[in-house]
Design a protein around this ligand. Structure first.
Ligand code: HEM
Ligand SMILES: *[C@@H]1O[C@H](CO)[C@@H](O)[C@H](O)[C@H]1NC(C)=O
Ligand SMILES: *[C@@H]1O[C@H](CO)[C@@H](O)[C@H](O)[C@H]1NC(C)=O
Ligand SMILES: *[C@@H]1O[C@H](CO)[C@@H](O)[C@H](O)[C@H]1NC(C)=O
Length: 321
């Protein structure tokens, strides 16, 4: 009797230990039992949002990136300001720029309804929405790792320090990505996210008026959108590549023609160590597809909160009471 009892005890302990290990890493099957309709629900809201506005796919992809680069993929970017939360939405790279928060709110309310409660984290919603956006705009698919939990803090200071700036040179970009555990291939492949979406005049003004490694007619056309005087048309938009509604290799073709919109884009093809990868992606778009998918999984795995860390927020904009 006693030995059967202790065997049961040992079994229970082993099971608990196994559960704890399984919890502490991400897995594509994380919601299979707890909410089987989670992923299809997210996809459906993302598709509807993109059908209404193609750009939303770009905006959702960028939200996941700006989340992951600030203390890991923990939905810290979604928290609104309070007396104790210094919202990352006010950080320089996000203020008047990061968008898509209302779509994330819609996803959250639909997915909570589908699950019968708050089962899916806001951080996982961002990761799945990013993948679904890329697929909806014609890009590669990948299996999203799941099981991230949501932060109880945010840091505008870290957002300002860790999200790369469009003024960075290649050395700085490589260093910035390295600080996140990402290498040069990740840098070049993930920058391919700029095959969709738009940038504001203030982000490319210096490039089109002051730089020489830019194709002439391309710069002239942009000057008609973006006046030289600062404060004049700062928020006027130009597409990051010629086909901003399609996830395609045009971003790299453009770099090879010195038609990168941002200084940081053209740095990837300016006589440095990453030229070869840009050439490769222009010649073999399939290699871009594969590397982008692989690097998105890698980026999505930056410092996740797992197990009993963090929480599953009830509202993506606020820490649970
Ligand atoms: C390599 C360093 C990067 C820099 C310096 C950078 C910088 C920028 C800037 C300045 C904008 C325009 C924002 C505005 O004017 O409002 C932008 C837009 C965008 N970025 Fe990046 N970015 C980088 C990497 C990435 C990565 C890794 C991704 C995703 C994988 C990404 C996805 C996007 C998307 C999709 C947009 C368009 C958003 C929209 O139209 O709403 N970027 N980026
Ligand atoms: C964000 O931009 C607005 C102007 O649109 C400005 O009033 C506000 O001070 C900015 N926030 C921060 C934190 O810089
Ligand atoms: C890149 O920028 C940093 C900081 O401004 C500077 O120290 C460095 O010399 C630059 N590197 C190159 C290769 O231009
Ligand atoms: C270009 O460079 C000049 C001289 O360094 C500087 O005054 C100006 O602000 C820069 N930007 C633009 C858009 O002209």
């Amino acid at each position: 009797m006693a030995s059967a009892g202790s065997l049961l005890c040992v079994r229970a302990f082993v099971l608990l230990a196994l559960a704890a290990t399984a919890f502490s890493q991400l897995s594509p099957n994380f919601y299979d039992n707890s909410c089987p309709h989670a992923l299809s629900t997210i996809q459906s809201v993302v598709r509807t949002a993109i059908y209404k506005e193609r750009r939303m796919g770009a905006s959702l992809l960028r939200l996941h990136f700006h989340d992951c680069f600030v203390n890991g993929c923990d939905a810290s970017i979604l928290l609104d300001s309070t007396p104790t939360i210094d919202s990352e939405k006010g950080a320089l790279p996000n203020n008047n720029s990061a968008r898509g928060f209302e779509v994330v709110d819609n996803i959250k309310s639909e997915v909570d309804q589908a699950c019968g409660g708050p089962v899916v984290s806001c951080a996982d919603i961002l990761a799945v929405a990013a993948r679904d956006s890329v697929v909806a705009l014609g890009g590669p698919a990948w299996e999203v790792q799941l099981g991230r939990r949501d932060s109880t803090t945010a840091s505008r200071t870290t957002a300002n320090a860790d999200i790369p700036a469009p003024t960075m040179n290649l050395t700085q970009l490589i260093e910035n990505f390295k600080n996140q555990g990402l290498d040069e291939t990740d840098l070049v492949a993930l920058s391919g996210g700029h095959t969709i979406g738009f940038a504001q005049c203030v982000a490319f003004r210096d490039r089109i008026y002051n730089e020489t490694n830019i194709e002439g007619a391309f710069a002239e056309k942009l000057k008609s959108i973006c006046p030289r005087q600062s404060n004049d048309g700062d928020s006027n938009l130009a597409s990051l590549d010629p086909t901003p509604a399609y996830f395609d290799p045009a971003y790299y073709y453009n770099l090879a023609q010195r038609k990168g919109l941002l200084h940081s884009d053209q740095e990837l093809f300016n006589g440095g160590s990453t030229d070869a990868l840009v050439n490769k992606y222009t010649s073999y778009p399939i290699a871009f597809w594969q590397d982008f998918a692989k690097s998105m999984v890698k980026m999505g795995s930056i410092k996740p909160l797992t197990g009993y860390q963090g929480q599953i927020r009830l509202n993506c904009r606020a820490v649970n009471q």
